[in-house]
Write a new protein. Structure first.
Lengths: 286, 413, 266
């Protein structure tokens, strides 16, 4: 191996690293510093102590994790099935792909607004039930009195809003699977499920990994839809960050929340990177 | 050609950046630009860029400019509490204020009580707001018999909304208890004074316990959407509720849109009196302001009686200067102005101010009331187990900041 | 059997489309309804009372048009920057096994783990010192930083799947590394690049926090809308949400073809 070959990847990464260091690192570092340093720039852990005393902190962790473990797999499965369907390349499959990617274009604020207009007391869903004669009085879908229902409403809204990004990544991945593999499998009589589990999923691993990382990190950051539908009845970590920062105006505690989000995100990303790494023969000749 | 020349001049001219947490809603902001600021622009040959901001953004931006010792903003409009937490970023307006007084601008006396920060006069009063109760006329037939809507007690209010629930099966009372709603003002400025005669110092008294048990009761007949609502005009217009309480600027579009369908009624009475809050907003000049002189002339322009009346006419914000007539106002606006006047001249009034001097702890002050509300009312806990803990917290807040107690607490011996 | 298959296909197509389109339809309806219609109970599922009022007001209001232009400029700069930075980086991650590869990956992803609302003040102070305050380039730089980590993840997920042998073959036949990359790898990974471009555009287009705090006069459309609508009545909110979405939908419409450029079906 030539010497410059050894350093070549670093050269390729140089613009990226320079970019992050120049334009992002300073504010990033200053934002996190607030969790550990007080107004006089002295190291302190009192903010974390305060954080632990905040009763909402633990329920925020609970609900954030609950969202992450329900929504991410759910989206992955739906997106995978829709991607398989679209990939059959029938007449209209491109149209379907376009339709399915529309929610991607809708910002989380707008999505919150849409689903609020559906689930609210005098909203579309109640109007629809009323029209069908199923109800006489509107149902309170978004009530603190029924947290599971409220949780489900958020889940539905988030599922609608953010499945598209997973779908796009998986479609792009599926497009890369060479037809030969599948034809070969067909020749050997592999059935549908065997094809999926032995051929498609293993080959799709890098895309699944990308989708999982992106979606999980987003799941830890979701709050616009939660606030729109639940107010602060269902606390989530990034929602609390936002509240502490913009409403209670204590940027130190907000920063502590951010530290917790980063730690959780790091843990999960590391796990994904470790267990979902794509081991292709490519590496053997390096 | 003249217009073109004017435009040309405008572009060649200075710009004045005016950031504000008031008059932010799209219709108000548009109206303010077209009817008030454009007049000033013509007179002074300067372009005013009016930027609406929520209070977090407002403080962040002023703070960021102050820290960078370089700025674009020349004038800042906000609530008195918006300024206090970043008081060091503004210049002292003491001399300017006395000049205004010499020019016969007569501010309402209360408006000049709280504009100090560490001895500096940090803002000039600008607009006045308050909170009102609004009812849909459909709700009137359910009023408890023999009760006058303008002399309700809090108990009458409870009977009223309970009656509606019993007869219609729906919970038609609403409060803005969402994350950015103002329910904490209802708690510390309306209920607490009405039940305990104070906002803070009677925090865990027997009267306070009685009050919290009352809120628990009221909440049973309150629409659960309240936990999410940030402003009450929408649920009033969609008729998800019939009776609501909120800040004028967050509830007024309902009255303006359908003035004949709603009535404004005076705040109910508790056993100690009729608690209400008066809110004040002001204008301040940042230390880093690039064009301070223009900022001064704009302030002077905005507090002129005729402009103050114009603002009332267009937005429903009440004047901070004396002797403004309500004649010739649009129906909804007139209704609001009269409603507030009626409320302010009611019997047994206990006027509260939003506490000043808490600086950057202002948000934590409101959080205490909201947290207590969640613990006692939403999680249905016993007030006696909750209140003492939060009382300690609130007293600590005031001690830490060396802040004095706001009215009415400061007058109680 | 074939007819049955066709039938199942149509049903699936319809169900999926309905699920996705219904909410979009509802916001469209609300945007074009009159004020009264928006508050009505029970609501008409099809509007009876059409109105262009909200839209007219929205478009004639101060700054809408210029903020639309600003958003396009920011998104365009962001796309270019992301393209030029992420492709070589993704190539490095997918083609080389170098020291510190995994840690570097995590480091880059870490920039995306911090909630953006928290970055607001440090970001603004820092950009003022760089003289990038109230400057579209400043906003684009932040959007680039926000989009880069995930763009790189998406792209390297695609590059890694294209067998190295193709490029090696080209190099054997005398092509330079760069040429092999441009002529072989790039065309093969077009779907991945398309996915990445969509992602980047959306990130920039819908981003609110950095944009609204970093700009004073030169607002982007999302910041403009957030700001105007925060305290505005419901019907303007719908109009704002609707018009923020339309340009992004159009962008997806044009890029989507590249997503499925290659043959499909199995």
């Amino acid at each position: 191996m030539k010497l410059n070959e050894k350093y070549f990847p670093y050269v390729l990464l140089l613009p990226l690293l320079l970019y992050i260091l120049l334009f992002f690192f300073n504010p990033f570092f200053n934002a996190l510093k607030l969790a550990f340093f007080d107004e006089n720039n002295k190291f302190t852990l009192i903010y974390f102590r305060e954080l632990l005393r905040d009763p909402r902190f633990f329920s925020a962790i609970k609900y954030t994790l609950m969202f992450a473990v329900t929504i991410v797999p759910l989206q992955l499965i739906t997106a995978f099935l829709i991607a398989l369907f679209i990939n059959r390349n029938f007449k209209g499959s491109k149209t379907l792909l376009f339709i399915c990617s529309i929610p991607l274009a809708i910002s989380d604020l707008a999505a919150g607004l849409i689903f609020l207009s559906i689930f609210t007391e005098h909203g579309f869903l109640n109007s629809f039930f009323y029209f069908l004669g199923l109800i006489k009085k509107p149902v309170y879908f978004l009530s603190y009195e029924n947290i599971p229902l409220l949780f489900t409403s958020i889940l539905i809204a988030e599922h609608w809003r953010a499945t598209a990004i997973v779908l796009i990544i998986l479609i792009a991945g599926l497009q890369m699977i060479e037809k030969d593999y599948i034809d070969a499998a067909n020749v050997f009589g592999a059935n549908f499920f065997k094809r999926i589990f032995y051929i498609i999923i293993p080959l799709l691993k890098p895309s699944i990994q990308s989708a999982l990382i992106i979606r999980t990190l987003f799941a830890f950051q979701m709050f616009a839809v939660v606030i729109a539908l639940a107010g602060d009845m269902i606390p989530v970590l990034s929602g609390e960050t936002y509240f502490w920062y913009y409403i209670y105006r204590n940027s130190h505690i907000a920063s502590c929340y951010a530290v917790v989000i980063i730690i959780l995100s790091l843990l999960l990303t590391a796990i994904y990177l470790k267990f979902l790494t794509y081991k292709e023969p490519v590496y053997e000749n390096i | 050609m003249g217009n073109l020349l004017f435009l040309f001049l405008l572009f060649g001219l200075n710009k004045l950046y005016f950031i504000s947490t008031q008059l932010v809603p799209i219709e108000e902001a548009e109206w303010f630009r077209k009817n008030v600021l454009s007049e000033f622009e013509k007179r002074n040959k300067i372009k005013v860029i009016f930027l609406g901001a929520n209070y977090g953004e407002f403080q962040d931006r002023i703070n960021a400019e102050y820290k960078a010792k370089k700025g674009k903003i020349s004038l800042a409009g906000g609530l008195s509490s918006d300024f206090e937490s970043i008081g060091e970023a503004f210049i002292d307006l003491k001399n300017f204020l006395s000049n205004l007084k010499k020019k016969k601008i007569n501010f309402l006396p209360f408006a000049l009580k709280y504009n100090k920060y560490k001895g500096k006069t940090i803002y000039i009063p600008w607009l006045q707001g308050t909170y009102i109760f609004v009812a849909n006329k459909k709700a009137l037939e359910y009023l408890p018999p023999g009760v006058n809507i303008d002399s309700l007690t809090y108990n009458d209010l409870l009977l009223w909304v309970k009656g509606i629930w019993e007869k219609t099966g729906e919970r038609k009372f609403g409060l803005p208890a969402g994350p950015r709603g103002l329910i904490h003002r209802f708690l510390h400025g309306y209920l607490y004074p009405s039940f305990t005669e104070a906002q803070i110092i009677k925090f865990d008294s027997e009267d306070a316990i009685e009050m919290w048990n009352y809120v628990k009761n009221l909440w049973k007949y309150t629409n659960p959407g309240s936990a999410r609502w940030e402003k009450m005009d929408t649920p009033l217009l969609s008729e998800e509720v019939w009776i609501a309480w909120d800040h004028i600027s967050r509830i007024k579009s309902a009255i303006i849109e359908r003035p004949d369908d709603f009535v404004i009624f005076s705040s109910p009475m508790g056993k100690k009196g009729r608690g209400i809050i008066v809110v004040l907003s002001g204008l301040a000049v940042p230390e880093t302001a690039p064009s301070k002189d223009y900022a001064f002339s704009l302030i002077e322009f905005l507090v002129k009686p005729e402009i103050q009346r114009e603002i009332l006419k267009g937005t429903g914000f009440l004047p901070v200067v004396e002797n403004i007539s309500f004649e010739g106002l649009e129906k909804g606006i007139k209704k609001i102005a009269e409603g507030v006047k009626k409320q302010n001249s009611g019997k047994n009034l206990i006027v509260s101010f939003i506490p000043g001097g808490l600086g950057n702890k202002q948000g934590e002050f409101t959080k205490i009331y909201r947290d207590v509300f969640k613990e006692i009312v939403i999680k249905n806990k016993n007030p006696m187990d909750i209140l003492p803990f939060y009382k300690k917290k609130i007293i600590k807040l005031f001690k830490e900041k060396g802040a004095s107690l706001p009215p009415p607490d400061n007058e109680i011996k | 059997m074939k007819i049955f298959k066709k039938f199942a296909q149509i049903i699936t197509f319809t169900i999926i489309s309905l699920w996705v389109l219904l909410p979009v339809f509802l916001i469209t309806v609300s945007t074009f309804s009159s004020k009264q219609e928006v508050y009505k109970w029970p609501k008409n599922l099809l509007p009876k009372d059409f109105s262009l009022e909200s839209i007219k007001f929205f478009f004639s209001s101060y700054g809408t048009i210029s903020s639309f232009k600003n958003s396009l400029i920011v998104a365009f700069i962001t796309l270019i920057l992301v393209l030029f930075i992420s492709i070589p980086s993704a190539y490095a991650f997918s083609r080389y096994y170098f020291k510190g590869r995994e840690s570097l990956k995590i480091f880059i992803l870490m920039t995306r783990m911090l909630p953006i609302p928290l970055l607001a003040v440090p970001l603004t102070s820092f950009y003022i010192t760089l003289s990038l305050y109230d400057n579209l380039l400043g906003v684009a730089l932040i959007h680039t930083a926000m989009a880069l980590p995930f763009s790189i993840i998406i792209l390297s997920g695609i590059f890694i799947r294209i067998s190295k042998e193709y490029e090696e073959a080209a190099i054997v036949f005398g092509a330079s590394k760069l040429k092999a990359f441009l002529k072989i790898l790039l065309p093969l990974s077009l779907p991945g690049i398309a996915a990445m471009l969509i992602f980047t555009f959306i990130t920039s287009w819908n981003e609110v926090f950095a944009a609204s705090i970093l700009t004073v006069e030169n607002r982007t459309l999302s910041a403009h809308i957030l700001n105007l609508l925060d305290a505005s009545p419901l019907y303007f909110k719908y109009a704002g949400g609707f018009f923020l979405s339309v340009p992004a939908i159009i962008f997806i419409f044009f890029i989507r073809n590249y997503l499925m450029k290659m043959w499909g079906g199995f």
